[in-house]
Design a binder for this molecule. Structure first.
Ligand SMILES: *[C@@H]1O[C@H](CO)[C@@H](O)[C@H](O)[C@H]1NC(C)=O
Length: 341
């Protein structure tokens, strides 16, 4: 009995080591908070400051990119969009409609067109196009539900930045970069490799193009970065500077009345992927301990009803070996137990 238990545990330990190493990046996302690369509020001029970028040079071009199906922006997002347009009249503005996005990919990145067209969910295309336009033109990408609380000039002084989400990870709803920044080049290069179907649509969207995908690339990028070249660094906009304070850059508009069940669920899961990740590990733990208790009961059953177990295992060839071992152990069982007492 004890040898079978040891084998069971050994196999499980091997499985756990394999699983942990294959999700190591995900686990590290639970503890890496991006504070090392945070855009410090101390270095940000106030919204009404007489020197809008401090003494820092603007690096990112003055362009705002947004995406929507077509040019008819729903009224509940128009307010948010106008708040940004009104503050940045001297900036270029690009609305990437579905048609414009596809034409752009077909012309500039033909190697990606097959993946782009092949995405099951339109939201995957909306995710992907934002990485391509940032890699290509540079500028600032904003989701349509992000309004502007102040001018974004200070955010142009970093070569690249992403937005931190709570409690961990980063999102893809507001981000900026200079053209051809190595991080976004890496992101677009990785997209075809991450185009995989997971069982649930929500996980597929998050893991193939969404915030989870971006967070994983971000982790790999930072681990590989090594030498800290300022131009290669990806800075992180922290929650307090993102929204909710007088000095924050953005306002959040939750006008998502058009969201049908599926889209709503996808968006919810995109925003709560950390919670889902923890839930996943919890379920894995439950599965492990269930397997363990079933196996324990199986062994006990065999040792109390030997003949029955023999008939049972004879029909399942791969169990024969285990059965033979079980008998061997059963025969030695009693003396061993006496030793233990
Ligand atoms: C734009 O897209 C929306 C949502 O799919 C649709 O309801 C609307 O009819 C479209 N407008 C035009 C002008 O095609």
């Amino acid at each position: 009995m004890r040898r079978s238990v040891a084998i069971f545990l050994l196999i499980n330990v091997a499985i756990v080591i394999y699983l942990v190493s294959s999700v190591w990046t995900l686990l590290s996302l639970l503890v890496v908070d991006g504070s090392a690369d945070a855009i410090s509020r101390a270095e940000l001029p106030g919204p009404a400051s007489s020197s809008p970028t401090g003494d820092r040079k603007e690096l990112i071009p003055r362009i705002i990119h947004q995406t929507y199906v077509n040019e008819s922006i729903p009224p509940h997002w128009e307010e948010a969009r106008q708040s940004c347009l009104a503050l940045h009249k001297d900036w270029e503005y690009n609305l990437w409609t579905d048609k414009k996005a596809r034409d752009f990919i077909a012309q500039e990145y033909p190697w990606f067109l097959e993946t782009f067209d092949g995405y099951t969910y339109p939201i995957q295309r909306a995710d992907a196009i934002r990485y391509f336009v940032l890699a290509h033109f540079g500028g600032i990408y904003l989701d349509l539900d992000d309004g502007c609380n102040r001018r974004l000039d200070p955010l142009l002084t970093y070569p690249a930045w992403l937005r931190r989400t709570v409690p961990t990870g980063i999102s893809n709803d507001a981000m900026g970069a200079v053209p051809h920044h190595p991080f976004f080049l890496r992101v677009i290069d990785a997209l075809p490799r991450y185009d995989k179907h997971w069982m649930l649509p929500y996980i597929t969207v998050m893991g193939s193009t969404g915030p989870l995908f971006l967070s994983i690339i971000w982790r790999h990028y930072n681990v590989d970065l090594g030498a800290e070249l300022e131009m290669e660094r990806v800075r992180v906009l922290m929650p307090d500077e993102y929204v909710g304070n007088s000095w924050s850059f953005f306002t959040h508009h939750l006008g998502n009345s058009w969201h049908q069940g599926d889209v709503k669920m996808i968006l919810w899961m995109r925003d709560h992927w950390v919670f889902l990740l923890i839930l996943g590990f919890f379920i894995a733990g439950v599965v492990f301990f269930s397997a363990w208790s079933i196996y324990k009961r199986f062994l006990r059953y065999r040792s109390t009803a030997g003949a029955h177990a023999f008939n049972f295992t004879k029909r399942i060839p791969f169990l024969n070996e285990a059965a033979a071992e079980g008998y061997e152990l059963l025969n030695r069982g009693r003396p061993q137990r006496e030793h233990e007492v």
